[in-house]
Design a protein around this ligand. Structure first.
Ligand code: SF4
Length: 423
């Protein structure tokens, strides 16, 4: 898809430029040393764009120091502030880093006020040459959109178009858009719908692709790859993030694999795909990514129902990622960020061990109470960190057990699922 060119500091995105692999840090931004050190590690691994959470105005000051020190170390990768809810923080961050990711609908509960604040934010971005990402997620659509259209892929695309049109009215064109979901079918349909709408309106901006809360291990890698590969094969997508509940450094080789497989026209092999550099992948990782990208798009597009694969576990992972057959619970786990106040990766692995025997259930493990409940979309059960060693358990969208000490929370979650199954 021929998009506009967007300049994000030293990175050009869209138009004829290669796909940009990116990641997001999971440190507390106020911990400047830890954040800087992780930024260096992901940059050395090949991340070309680095996102950092900015929950408070105080964190903007830390971001400014991190930015300055990162540049002093000789790194040119643009930094992206990830801001939720507050236009005040978004405006402050826009004066400090090269790009700000926001969901404008969350700037204010009243839609007209959210529009007003978004317009103010755009003026600041324009004045400072800051790019933006309009990042809408399936699980966190504003009530204005839900009431009007429901939680459908088309609704996500229409919601994004409203903000895109506002950018056009403000003559602001440094815009990237994302419409992530943890359900691969919804994610693909949302991006396709948005691509169609952008082309109809003649406002074609670069797209950031990602599957939210994909989890970790083989499952997370495969879930991300089947969906992202499907869109990249259609020419949709200009930057990718493979969101994993792991050390962010692990995301980078997978994102690079996708960027190189679909973005390097000079290395095209006999099957029409580029030959990605495998140097940073383990043999196992290269095998699962190859299989996910080869068979995932065909399964998601319903061109095939089955495929030859001697590794049963890999085959089941791919079929489930494409939502064609379900063999184990579906897990939704956020990657964690500076808002996470517990050991998310360890807890997620424990939850998987203790609940792997349940069938036909969607279980979410989320890092924070601020965004977790909204982002866990259509999970049947949710484990959400409150902070201070406490957890809230959700059933659907409702909190059913609050303030549970962390060391009891997994047991309570298993009991909750079991008691519902016994009814
Ligand atoms: S849900 Fe997870 S990734 Fe999202 S803001 Fe909270 S801790 Fe960060």
């Amino acid at each position: 898809m021929n998009t506009r060119e967007v300049t994000i500091g030293s990175v050009k995105m869209g138009a004829h430029h290669p796909i940009v692999p990116q990641t997001m840090l999971n440190t507390h931004t106020a911990d400047i040393e830890a954040t800087l050190s992780q930024a260096v590690r992901v940059a050395d691994a090949g991340a070309q764009l680095i996102r950092i959470t900015v929950p408070t105005l105080k964190d903007v000051e830390c971001l400014s120091v991190i930015h300055e020190r990162f540049r002093a170390l000789g790194y040119r990768q643009p930094l992206v502030a990830d801001v939720h809810f507050s236009s005040e923080i978004a405006i402050a961050a826009a004066k400090v880093v090269e790009k700000v990711r926001i969901n404008p609908g969350n700037f204010h509960p009243r839609h007209e006020m959210a529009r007003e604040r978004f317009a103010q934010f755009l003026e600041v971005c324009k004045a400072h040459g800051t790019a933006i990402r309009i990042g809408l997620n399936h699980g966190s659509l504003g009530s204005y959109i839900l009431d009007k259209y429901g939680a459908t892929p088309q609704a996500m695309a229409l919601a994004a178009m409203e903000w895109i049109e506002m950018c056009d009215q403000a003559q602001f064109y440094q815009v990237v858009v994302s419409l992530k979901a943890s359900n691969t079918v919804i994610m693909i349909e949302a991006y396709r719908a948005l691509s169609r709408l952008m082309q109809e309106e003649g406002l074609v901006f670069p797209l950031h692709l990602g599957v939210t809360e994909a989890g970790n291990g083989d499952t997370g890698r495969i879930k991300s790859c089947v969906a992202i590969a499907t869109l990249l094969e259609e020419g949709i997508g200009n930057t990718v993030r493979v969101s994993l509940t792991e050390d962010p450094v692990n995301e980078v080789p997978v994102a690079r694999y996708l960027a190189e497989r679909y973005g390097m026209a000079d290395q095209v092999g006999h099957d029409g795909h580029a030959r990605p550099d495998r140097a940073s992948l383990s043999e196992h990782e290269a095998t699962i990514l190859d299989a996910a990208c080869t068979w995932g798009p065909k399964l998601l597009n319903r061109e095939i129902d089955d495929f030859p694969c001697p590794d049963t576990s890999l085959k089941e992972e791919i079929l489930q990622a494409c939502r064609r057959k379900f063999f184990k619970p579906e897990y939704i786990a956020c990657p964690g960020c500076g808002r996470t106040l517990y050991n998310l990766e360890k807890t997620f692995n424990t939850v998987k061990e203790r609940t792997g025997h349940f069938r036909n259930v969607v279980i979410a493990v989320m890092g924070c109470i601020v965004n977790g409940p909204g982002e866990m979309a259509d999970a049947d059960y949710g484990y959400v960190g409150e902070g201070r060693g406490l957890v809230t358990l959700y059933k659907g969208k409702s909190p059913v057990l609050r303030h549970i000490p962390e060391d009891e929370a997994v047991d309570k979650l298993v009991e909750l699922i079991q008691s519902d199954r016994a009814e």
